[in-house]
Ligand binder design. Structure first.
Ligand SMILES: Cc1cc2nc3c(=O)[nH]c(=O)nc-3n(C[C@H](O)[C@H](O)[C@H](O)COP(=O)(O)O)c2cc1C
Length: 218
């Protein structure tokens, strides 16, 4: 049993690592090519000057994390930049045994999983900017994040994505998906932060530079 789990994990790591670094064949590779080319680390240039003349107003951090990497990254962000956070919690937790199949079925079938404890619309309305954190799932945005983005009127708001991955360092289709789901928001895809999930713990400086580059400081 342990051998089978290990083999499955190894296969997944190889699958996603390869997808992130090569022109793989099949529909997933097409996905990769369509996306906004966000570089690893701070989207374009980690040493970029802070954004000028941007007023972010009230900032809310909204994130989904299943195995903890994006959660750890969110904690690093809030250590540098104080903001309210909202973690997206699926009503039906993802179980390891069915995680990959369920996530793929949800994406393929357009299922929006129910989330628990979502705030009222007027709470979200108070914020001008959302830092949106998520892992890449099947070369796209995890469906719980689709649920959130469609649950509220986010028009006029600024959305700044950050994500963790295991090879899809350009975010695959996820950034385009956010732009499609939020046509009346300003989605700062070019400024998205991209980090390998297993390197989050060593990325404090990169996180700091990203926030400084955006002009988001305490
Ligand atoms: C269902 C599923 C699908 C995934 N698909 C991808 C993918 O397409 N590309 C990729 O780079 N990583 C993929 N990963 C790896 C995760 O993006 C990565 O491990 C991430 O850091 C997990 O974040 P979390 O710990 O916050 O849940 C996938 C992981 C899972 C569980």
């Amino acid at each position: 049993m342990i051998k089978r789990i290990f083999a499955l994990m190894t296969a997944c790591v190889l699958l996603f690592a390869c997808a992130g670094c090569s022109g793989d064949s099949g529909s997933t590779a097409e996905h990769e090519q369509q996306v906004n080319p966000t570089a690893e680390g701070t989207a374009d240039d980690p040493s970029a000057e802070p954004e000028e003349d941007i007023s972010y107003g009230n900032v809310l951090i909204v994130y989904f994390s299943n195995s903890g990497n994006t959660h750890a990254l969110t904690e690093m962000i809030t250590a540098e930049f104080a903001a309210e956070t909202l973690r997206l919690i699926p009503a039906e937790p993802y179980e390891w045994a069915t995680l990959f199949d369920r996530a793929q079925d949800e994406l393929n079938d357009g299922i929006r999983p129910e989330l628990t404890g979502l705030p009222e619309a007027d709470v979200i309305a108070q914020y001008d900017t959302i830092l949106l954190g998520f892992p890449i799932w099947w070369y796209d945005l995890p469906m719980p994040v689709w649920t959130f983005l469609e649950a509220y009127d986010l028009s006029g708001k600024t959305i700044i994505p950050y994500f963790t991955h295991n090879g899809s360092s350009n975010g695959a289709a996820s950034l385009d998906t956010i732009e499609t789901l939020c046509p009346d928001s300003t989605v700062m895809s070019d400024d998205a932060l991209s980090l390998w999930g297993d390197r989050v713990a060593d990325s404090a400086d990169e996180v700091k530079e990203w926030l400084n580059g955006l002009g988001l400081t305490k």
